[in-house]
Design a protein around this ligand. Sequence first.
Ligand code: TXA
Ligand code: MG
Length: 341
Amino acid sequence: MITRLIRCPTEEDLRLAGVTVRAGGLVAFPTETVYGLGASALDRRAAARVYTAKGRPSDNPLIVHLPRADLAGQIARVSSTFDALARAFLPGPLTVILPKKEVIPDEVTGGLPTVALRVPEHPLAREFLAQCDVPVAAPSANTSGHPSPTAADHVLHDLGGKIEMILDGGSCRCGVESTIVKVEEDALLLLRPGAITPKMITAATGLPVLDRTWVVVAPGETPLAPGMKYRHYAPRARVILLRGNREAILAFLRARAGDPTVAILSDGEDMATIAPDRTISLGDRTDPVSMAHRLFAALRALDDREEITTAYAAMPPEEGVGEAVANRLRKAAGNQILDVK
Ligand code: TXA
Ligand code: MG
């Protein structure tokens, strides 16, 4: 199959993308978080093709995207808590897990009785979703296990030849995937941290947000978000997270600066000068937004350097979207954290 990469999609291109999705095709599109791989959420066969293209295990459900929050009732049983979330954050980088309606086939939800619902705010995403005129199931548009794509070229690298079309909308503003919450009777469960933080969610709903992002799952049990049990974001090189005071971290890196197989994922000027030709920028640690924006491109850049077998990064400050950055880095590192003194 030849994948069409459309650099500056026109209205006509978006119309054609909509036709493609309704006909069972796969179209990658930009959102404010990461690129999604879109397929009709009403079409079992299209959903099955998404799993094949990504190499994704079929028990890991897809997020269903809509152009507007007021359409949520078409696919899920909404509640006053959902309404409060929608008023405060949608369209935006938040995914809400709700009881699903029958129209959504089991292939999309991995057999779960719930559906993940998202209304992205990226103008191109909204225009594309409106043109589709059906709910659109869309996981991140990467090969399963790779870092999520934050540019159209990342999608082409992973899925070129496997999908019909890629809509290029430039680099994604947030850079980490949406916050996922599950709505319960008198609380919300945080399944994946993102740009919308627990503090913001509690302020909007008056409900506590319980952290379920690192639940240990016994063998054979189903985790709340099935995606949590799979290896994620892993570049070829081993990623190791360093925790400790800044001086100790810099000294640790200086001691390894001469090793040609070591790369530094730098989060500041002081770190960037240690081994400049083997440094990849992770933004600036005083600005978590810049780190979120750079994170996945930095992990992908590691794969372009064949000589690199180990990459070090400092544990980022877990404030605001920094919590999401830390969560993704821990996954990339297989939760390998080294305390340096
Ligand atoms: O920002 C995002 O959310 C991006 C863009 C494209 O919208 N999408 C995305 O999708 O990150 P994906 O498939 O890479 O991650 C979806 C996560 C998985 O961990 C999956 O297990 C979880 O959402 N999920 C989906 N449906 C669920 C459900 N019904 N219950 C619990 N978790 C669910
Ligand atoms: Mg993903």
